[in-house]
Write a protein that binds this ligand. Structure first.
Ligand code: 13P
Ligand code: SF4
Length: 336
């Protein structure tokens, strides 16, 4: 294996040697045998980034070999959206799901935005259409519509303002009205409603990953690991959130662990988060319930390499949709 020639004529051994400094960051979570399978792609991706003046954005749910090795900017949906407005690059690769790549294209229209696998979807984004939003408006005339960023550009185009899990409460309260419609995540809407006096009309969408966690399961973790800290994502059901010590977006979960340094923690969210944070917080023990997002996992190191080699898959949004969807995102970014 070590002396096998890679497609660029270098040996795997050479690729491992030239990625040794990068491997240092992940050596506690990726075994060396596994790294041997990644090193050649990492070398190629870093070369291709320079050749194409490309930047790679990665969501916190990407696997550690992507998150810690080739990503230029990592974060939650809100941070990635904010960063997207500032990037000056010819090409941006979104290592995340399709709605995230669309968000980048909307906020940075002059760059070529690539998604390594266009089928990387999201159960929330699939739970609502533009027509559903138009019908909701007819049903509740005059009530503003807040759309979670986990939606298609077509849905964003029908709404007043977007939100993420990191700013949902602030966005709801920024509108200065007694009642709002918040789509499509029923649990996020209910979790926000529990913290504000504003009435929230919700939709019936769910994240297929977070809805699998149950309150019984959380109580079982506490019994099995006395003293454990439980941190949940707000896409979990209100019953799960009620059992947690802290609830926040993926970025807020990372910050909470770094600041509070719990001895033992369980992140009630997608699996790769624990791996990524564990590499940065070696003193904390992570108890890992593993619910994978199969959409996020469609993005691999090798597909990112192919994406930069072939300039695939380009994200395009019809101009009339883009103009309206962009306004909803920009309004969200104005909320401080
Ligand atoms: P964050 O915005 O908290 O990163 O969440 C995005 C997401 O898809 C969670 O499932
Ligand atoms: Fe969508 Fe859930 Fe996957 Fe996030 S974890 S991308 S909300 S399916």
């Amino acid at each position: 294996m070590d002396n096998k020639l890679s497609n660029r004529g270098t040996t795997v051994k050479q690729a491992i040697a030239s990625t040794a400094a990068i491997y240092e960051r992940v050596k506690t979570i990726i075994p060396p045998e596994e790294w041997a399978g990644y090193a050649d792609d990492i070398v190629a991706i870093n070369r291709l980034k320079k050749e194409h003046n490309a930047i790679i954005l990665a969501h916190n749910y990407q696997t550690p070999e992507i998150f810690h090795s080739i990503a230029d900017i990592v974060g939650d949906s809100l941070a990635l959206a904010r960063e997207a407005t500032k990037i000056k690059a010819d090409v941006i690769v979104m290592a995340g799901v399709h709605f995230m790549a669309e968000t980048v294209k909307l906020l940075n229209p002059s760059s070529t935005v690539l998604i390594p696998d266009p089928d990387a979807g999201c159960s929330l984004a699939e739970s609502i259409t533009a027509e559903d939003v138009r019908n909701l408006r007819k049903l509740h005339p005059g009530i503003p519509v807040i759309t979670y960023v986990n939606t298609s550009a077509e849905v964003k185009a029908e709404t007043d303002i977007c939100c993420t899990s990191g700013n949902a409460k602030k966005v709801v309260e920024s509108l200065g009205v007694p009642e709002v419609i918040m789509v499509p995540d029923e649990y996020l809407a209910k979790n926000v409603a529990a913290t504000t006096n504003i009435k929230i009309i919700s939709w019936k969408g769910h994240c297929e990953v977070h809805k699998r966690f149950t309150a019984d399961e959380i109580r079982m973790y506490r019994e099995q690991s006395p003293g454990i800290t439980i941190i949940a994502h707000p896409e979990c059901s209100p019953e799960v959130v009620a059992e947690a010590d802290f609830t926040g977006s993926t970025a807020k979960m990372c910050e909470w662990v770094a600041e509070n340094k719990p001895k033992k923690v369980s992140l009630i969210t997608e699996c790769s988060m624990s791996d990524n944070i564990a590499a940065l917080n070696p003193e904390t023990e992570f108890v890992r319930p593993c619910n994978l997002c199969l959409h996020m996992k469609k993005i691999t190191l090798h597909k990112i390499r192919e994406s930069l080699e072939n300039m695939t898959y380009k994200v395009t949004i019809a101009p009339d949709i883009a103009e309206r969807a962009r306004k909803s995102l920009e309004r969200m970014l104005e909320v401080k």
